[in-house]
Design a binder for this molecule. Structure first.
Ligand code: COS
Length: 383
């Protein structure tokens, strides 16, 4: 749903200019430095990028899902590490509070997340609980008006920058499945909370992940999201449904960027006496990429509109994540191929995207988990 086309068009034009003029020229630098310059982060705050999806009454832009994916199509046109720094405040870090938090929790945290004063991370994954999220082992034992939390969270995006964690822990040790899990807001400066070393990754340099270690961390009972035990797994799943749409939109943006770079190269690069874009085998690669990016864009927009209508889009979000993340992998592969030797060389930046996009098929649910979600929902609908 688009609330006001003119306002949205202005926002999209601003984002497009910001990406083109400020982010694209810094892609290589952030990959080399493994950090985003503070001046760029300050500009992102100024533009409201940390609060795109946070409701207006808490200081955000309160974008609808359709508006948000249109923004992600623009923001996706550059290195994904830029998106990562404000991505968790709009997605998996904040949405648990937006969707299921109490009024007090929303008022306490959302305004500072919307401005970027605080960064929120999502802490679900553990060393022994990845795809099987419901098997997580971090415990939260009630002790008076606090919970005592113990465990280790792994690969947590933005953990080194985070002020708060939306953290899933088991409050009912007798229930080993989803029903025993609760979601907490854990402040990063809580005594007993420490961070592992920053992970070295295949790509997306500039975006940071690390372990979060909880050793008898006392969390106020008032920080259980929604104030009720046992609902944390469902909160996490709802957050991921939404996050998967945003990631899919980012995949579309990157696909379109890589196609543009590939078309330009194919038009300029001359071999056998003419631009390589005139050869049908190169044209086939361009056409396949364009077709897949277009399909992904249509899927994401359709699913976002359905979500804005209040429909359950668990299946559609999984379809989008599955298709768009696999498609951007193929598109990045073809982009390397079209660029030939230049595509493999770091100076042209194409191989960096090839490495960066590999993550999309893994995080916020692997391709295989999306397949499982889709097929399970199909069988449930039939029953
Ligand atoms: N929205 C709301 N509730 C949901 C839901 C959704 N999308 N998906 C599941 N639930 C509910 C179920 O309805 C069920 O509730 P009831 O017990 O009341 O019926 C409960 O949650 C447990 O669901 P289910 O039995 O399907 O859980 P499973 O353990 O079988 O696991 C998958 C489900 C595999 C889908 C889940 O573990 C998953 O998404 N794994 C991937 C995790 C992931 O994406 N990790 C990335 C880390 S964050 S970057």
């Amino acid at each position: 749903m688009i609330r006001d086309q003119d306002t949205l068009d202005q926002l999209l034009a601003t984002l497009s200019r910001f990406v083109r003029e400020r982010l694209v020229p810094n892609e290589e630098r952030i990959a080399g430095d493994d950090s985003i310059p503070p001046a760029i982060v300050a500009e992102m705050k100024e533009l409201g990028l940390f609060g795109l999806s946070i409701p207006e009454e808490y200081g955000g832009l309160g974008l609808t899902m359709e508006e948000e994916v249109l923004c992600a199509f623009e923001i996706g046109q550059t290195a994904p590490a830029f998106r990562s720094i404000f991505g968790t405040n709009n997605g998996i870090g904040s949405q648990g509070i937006v969707m299921d938090g109490t009024e007090e929790q929303k008022r306490r945290y959302l305004p500072r997340l919307a401005t970027g004063e605080m960064i929120a991370s999502f802490a679900l994954t553990e060393p022994d609980a990845g795809s099987d999220a419901a098997s997580l082992r971090t415990t939260a034992r009630r002790d008076g008006d606090h919970y005592v939390v113990n465990g280790t969270k792994r690969f947590i995006t933005n953990a080194p920058e985070a002020s708060i964690f939306t953290l899933m822990a088991r409050t009912d040790p007798r229930d080993k499945g989803a029903g025993g899990i609760s979601a907490f807001i854990v402040e990063a400066d809580s005594p007993g909370l420490s961070l592992g070393r920053i992970d070295r990754k295949m790509g997306q340099q500039g975006a940071h992940t690390c372990d979060v270690i909880l050793d008898d961390v006392r969390v106020p009972a008032a920080n259980i999201i929604g104030g009720v035990e046992g609902r944390g797994f469902k909160t996490a799943m709802k957050v991921l449904d939404r996050g998967r749409l945003h990631i899919s939109a980012t995949c579309v943006g990157i696909s379109e960027r890589l196609i543009r770079d590939s078309v330009r190269y194919a038009a300029e690069r001359v071999q056998f006496g003419k631009p390589i874009g005139e050869f049908q085998l190169v044209q086939a690669m361009l056409a396949d990429s364009r077709t897949e990016a277009y399909a992904a864009r249509c899927m994401v927009l359709d699913a976002a509109r359905r979500k804005d209508q209040g429909l359950n889009v668990s299946t559609e979000a999984a379809c989008c994540k599955l298709f768009a993340s696999e498609a951007v992998g193929r598109i990045a592969d073809r982009a390397v191929q079209i660029h030939g030797g230049a595509g493999y060389m770091a100076d042209h930046g194409i191989e960096r995207f090839y490495r960066d996009v590999r993550l999309f098929r893994i995080y916020e649910g692997t391709t295989q988990i999306q397949q499982l979600v889709i097929a399970r929902n199909m069988l449930k609908d039939m029953a």
